[in-house]
Design a protein around this ligand. Sequence first.
Ligand code: 4NP
Length: 161
Amino acid sequence: MGKDGKVRPAILFLCLGNICRSPLGEGAARAAFAAAGIDAHIDSAGTGNWHVGHPPDRRAQAEAQRRGIDISGLRARQLVRDDFYRFDLILAADESNLRDALAIRPDDATAELCLMLDLVAGRAGQGVTDPYYGSDEGFAATWEDVAAVASALAARWSTSG
Ligand code: 4NP
């Protein structure tokens, strides 16, 4: 419960490394919920463990900073089974992340699991492209995608309370 008696949404952004897409999603969602005045628990994780403990990729940090959002303090962690009970919603960046998450999902999981862009009108079924091996422009495209997801989330909880 939040301070006003409303249910506090708990949302986990999920990608592969937890250093590019999901920390950008976390930053965008934190900003969108704060702007909407909604108390929410927002976190991010990766299906892989290569970057555990690392801050977001410097290109992701720069992309968020351009929007006035500081994600430098985030540290990567790996998805764990318990996340399927601690969160209401787990948002996978792409189909591969979705499959990897399904592989460890407990049978009695309470979290809903879907793609990030399933929440955005006209984008259902699409993945957020991994910008890690690409150019800086890829991070701007990632930002546009996760910002649309964040807006959809804040709108959903603004109306459903
Ligand atoms: P992310 O991007 O899943 O959006 O954080 C990646 C980051 C690192 C790797 C792959 C994707 N990697 O293979 O190290």
